[in-house]
Ligand binder design. Structure first.
Ligand code: HEC
Ligand code: HEC
Ligand code: HEC
Ligand code: HEC
Length: 496
């Protein structure tokens, strides 16, 4: 049999298999499962999984099958406590759960509802797209995918097109402790930080977005992700400690302001806005969170007032331009934009604007990454692997490869050809440990990991292969001796 025939056979066999599963699924939806307690789903979720907004029955159509299956499991285990679903889920057999999930995953999602007032939708959009970092809330889309379409797989469901009443009820369930099905409390920590007003706004916003119909449309999520920029932005309310950069609403509407906006765009969407200078798949914002605004993630407002400064790394007095060029060369594994290029001018304008009112030459609290005390035990890659598998792999991938949605990275890679190179600040174990301790897992910075765990996982990540140090000379040994006399695993293969 030649390869093409074999391939066609395989395709026929798999689609016949899932078609059979979907048929069995439809049977359950209409008539219930083999055990009497597994009542027909159609009464509440509808034959096409559209759900019911007024009753708070979720739409299931188009959610990923593995996510739906995990939720049925959660009802069985009691990590979701609901009087209605628990007995039904318990009465379904394993294969019935799988086939009914498969069936609903392939139904067409319902059209969006848009009754909410525009102001509420705008507030919801702001939260969904930029988060509320002053209160520790990352953007919802970071975990729920571009335009809330989900990331696929078992963990990060679509929110777009979901009934607002259901979304509100789930966030309340997390606040009440009635839902604990989320891995490492990722959603609990978000839910607890949200105010009721925010919950209602963001639920209305996601309900107004069309859910991507994977079954009919070839429309890419990119098109849906093209939302208007978040011009209006509230100044963080209760951020009493530390420097507060100005709100984006204050960016002036003139030539300078346009340069500031461009700088922000380069910083957040480096891959699109400065692709020719980026040699890997990262964006500046991946290591400088909340658009370069977040304290303890080397914010731009903390850097601007501190340059020019002497740096041992290149043994000279560095300007802010040199510093940014350094991040392009090493962190971005690219070629630095020239000092007089538009990209550089834009990044400088954005940094300068963020630092409005900051004193020159004063290291502000929250600048850089915080110093982390030395670990009690020498960092262990072995223990680090366990930390990684339990707390990081669900987003960054089992092999640190990151996670793509629609061909572009949504969760950034931690090692391999698309990550930072062997000369980057992040390849130093102490620097990575301090970044990780303060900022990871996303939304749980400073809350989940112990200092020791941060050191261990940093050692594990930084002993993995990545692009060569651009200062490489002759051999790894020689380069090691010349440039890597610090806390790092330069040149090691990580055993991968
Ligand atoms: C009597 C109404 C009712 C019936 C019948 C019913 N459900 Fe549900 N279902 C609900 C409600 C209400 C929720 C929300 C539960 C909560 O608040 O945690 C839900 C939630 C779910 C969820 C979680 C969705 C998500 O986005 O996390 C899944 C999966 C699900 N149901 C599957 C099924 C399947 C499969 C059947 C049929 C075997 C079924 N349900 C029958 C009312 C029902
Ligand atoms: C750090 C990652 C993360 C962020 C940020 C995040 N979520 Fe989630 N969310 C999750 C995970 C993980 C789940 C799946 C929980 C589970 O498996 O039960 C989830 C599930 C949900 C659900 C339940 C969906 C369903 O079908 O039952 C809702 C509603 C939700 N999130 C709303 C939000 C909103 C609104 C925001 C922004 C304010 C947000 N999330 C931000 C990680 C996140
Ligand atoms: C892989 C992670 C990573 C990426 C991507 C990255 N940086 Fe950095 N950046 C760092 C680290 C690590 C430091 C050093 C922080 C420290 O030691 O306190 C740093 C420092 C800086 C500083 C100086 C901060 C200070 O307080 O002195 C600036 C400015 C900067 N980066 C800008 C950028 C820009 C612009 C981009 C995108 C072109 C970028 N970075 C991309 C990791 C990264
Ligand atoms: C909920 C998903 C999630 C989890 C869990 C998570 N991260 Fe991240 N991580 C992210 C995202 C998203 C970014 C980029 C932040 C941004 O762009 O706003 C990131 C950025 C990073 C970076 C800098 C960028 C890069 O690619 O090098 C490192 C290092 C990192 N994470 C390490 C970790 C470690 C270690 C853990 C486990 C202790 C972890 N992360 C857990 C989502 C996650």
């Amino acid at each position: 049999m030649n390869r093409r025939v074999l391939l066609i056979c395989l395709i026929v066999v798999t689609s016949a298999g899932s078609a059979a599963a979907a048929d069995a699924g439809k049977q359950i939806v209409l008539q219930g499962g083999s055990n009497p307690g597994a009542t027909a789903c159609v009464t509440c979720h509808g034959v096409n999984g559209t759900g019911n907004a007024a009753a708070g029955f979720p739409r299931l159509a188009g959610l990923s099958a593995s996510y739906l299956e995990r939720q049925l499991e959660a009802f069985r285990l009691g990590t979701r406590t609901t009087a209605v679903m628990a007995p039904i889920a318990k009465a379904l057999t394993g294969s019935e759960s799988a086939s009914v999930s498969e069936y609903y995953a392939h139904q067409h999602p319902p059209a969006p509802q848009t009754q909410a007032p525009p102001q509420q939708l705008a507030a919801g959009m702001r939260l969904a797209i930029t988060g509320d970092w002053a209160n520790g809330i990352p953007a919802c889309v970071t975990c729920h995918g571009p335009a809330g379409q989900g990331i696929g797989g078992p963990y990060f469901p679509a929110l777009a097109g979901q009934h607002a009443s259901y979304t509100v009820s789930q966030i309340q369930a997390w606040k009440d402790g009635a839902r604990t099905s989320d891995p490492i409390n990722l959603m609990k920590s978000v839910a607890e930080a949200l105010t009721q007003e925010q919950v209602e706004a963001v639920a209305a916003y996601f309900a107004s977005l069309p859910a991507l119909d994977k079954n009919t449309s070839a429309e890419s999520v990119d098109a849906l992700a093209e939302l208007p920029p978040t011009h209006a932005e509230q100044t963080p309310a209760d951020h009493s400690e530390g420097f507060i950069p100005p709100s984006e609403a204050e960016i002036p509407d003139n030539e300078f302001g346009r340069m500031v906006w461009l700088g922000k765009k380069v910083f957040v969407h480096t891959q699109q806005a400065a692709s020719k200078y980026a040699g890997n798949a990262l964006n500046c914002v991946n290591c400088h969170l909340d658009r370069g605004r977040l304290a303890s993630s080397a914010p731009l407002w903390g850097a601007w007032p501190m340059y020019p400064a002497y740096r041992g790394k290149n043994d000279k007095v560095n300007t802010m331009t040199d510093r940014i060029q350094g991040c392009f060369t090493f962190s971005m594994n690219g070629s630095p934009p020239p000092g007089d290029s538009k990209v550089m001018t834009a990044l400088l304008a954005y940094s300068y604007w963020l630092a409005q009112g900051a004193p020159t030459g004063v290291a502000l609290p929250g600048s850089g990454y915080p110093d982390l005390p030395d670990p009690e035990l020498a960092p262990s890659r072995e223990r680090g692997r366990a930390v990684f598998e339990g707390n990081c792999a669900l987003c960054h991938g089992a092999h640190g490869q990151g996670k793509k949605v629609d061909g572009a990275y949504w969760f950034p890679p931690l090692w391999g050809p698309d990550s930072y190179n062997w000369g980057a600040g992040m390849h130093r174990v102490n620097t990575a440990a301090s970044f990780i301790n303060a900022n990871m897992p996303l939304g749980l910075g400073g809350e989940l990991l112990t200092n020791q765990q941060a050191w261990d996982v940093a050692a594990y990540i930084d002993a993995h292969p990545r692009p060569q140090d651009p200062r490489y000379e002759n051999s790894v040994e020689q380069t090691d001796e010349r440039f890597h006399d610090h806390n790092c695993f330069y040149g090691e293969s990580g055993g991968e």
